[in-house]
Each structure stands twice: as C-alpha cells, then as structure tokens.
Design a protein around this ligand. Structure first.
Ligand code: FEO
Length: 163
C-alpha cells in the first residue's frame, strides 16, 4: 500500500506524462501543418510513447491497492517559432520530466517505499534515453544547418528516428 504522499506524487506523474503526450501531439500537428511530415510522424509516435509511460504508472498505482486519480491536464502550446524551437522545447521539457522522476525517487526513499523505488528505476533509465534522443535531434540543427535544403534534410533525419 502506498503512503498518501507517495500516491499523490505518483498521480502527479501520471498527469505530467499525459501532458507530455499532449504537448508532443500538439507539436506534431504544427509540423504536419508546415509540411514537415517526418517530424510530425516522429512526434506523434512519441506522443503515444508518453501515454505508455502514463499507463505504466497508472497500472502500478492500481496494483498496489491504491487508486489512480485522473486530473485536469493543462492545455499545451500550439504555436511555435520554428522546427528548431519545437525541438528545443522538447529537450527542455524532458529535463523537467527527469527532475520530476528524480524527485519521485527521493520521495520513495524518504517514505522507505523500496518497491516504488525499484519500480522507478525503469523511468530513471528511460529519462536518460529521452534526454539523449532529443539532444541528438537538437545537434542536427547545428551540424546540418538551415540553409538551402537543410530543413528538408533535418526533417528526413528525424523521420528515420521513429522507434
Ligand atoms: Fe515520459 Fe518523455 O518522458
């Protein structure tokens, strides 16, 4: 059984993962509207992945005999300055998520909840992968550059990253 504090933090994380899913879906729509189909596909795929992160937490909470509570999800941004702006925001957002996961790990330790501590290790590894992925995408803007066919090439490179 989860402590009240642990349950509240896990429920907040469910909400944050669902918000992440909506941000990436909103970004996907913006990219599709601008003809950047590779990035649109990548972000839509990533939106689904974020939902799977939320469901994994949801299942864990319910399995402990506690109850997952679905709360209001904040409206995501839907206008962006450029494709680079989109991916700078994805990277910044992943840093926020990583901080939240580490805070959850701290809470589990503080509550002496070693089962949840163990469960959260998957998210610690996943956040390492997510930060790496979005940093690699941001690097492409520096390496390829935006001149000439740069945007087209970056979009094609991002399309190839669909997992
Ligand atoms: Fe579920 Fe991208 O963090």
């Amino acid at each position: 059984m989860l402590t009240q504090k642990m349950l509240q933090r896990l429920n907040e994380q469910v909400n944050l993962e669902m918000y992440s899913s909506n941000i990436y879906l909103s970004m996907s729509a913006w990219c599709a509207n601008k003809g950047l189909q590779g990035s649109a596909n990548f972000l839509k795929d990533h939106s689904k992945e974020e939902l799977s992160h939320a469901y994994k937490l949801f299942d864990y909470i319910n399995e402990t005999g506690s109850m997952a509570v679905i709360d209001t999800i904040a409206k995501p941004q839907n206008e962006f300055a450029s494709l680079q702006d989109v991916f700078q925001r994805t990277y910044n957002h992943e840093l926020v998520v990583s901080k939240s996961i580490l805070d959850l790990v701290d809470t589990a330790m503080g509550e002496k909840d070693y089962s949840t501590f163990n469960f959260l290790q998957w998210y610690v590894s996943e956040q390492h992968e997510e930060e790496k992925l979005f940093k690699e995408i941001l690097d492409k803007f520096e390496i390829i550059g935006m001149e000439g066919r740069g945007l087209f090439m970056i979009d094609r490179e991002i399309a190839a990253l669909v997992r």
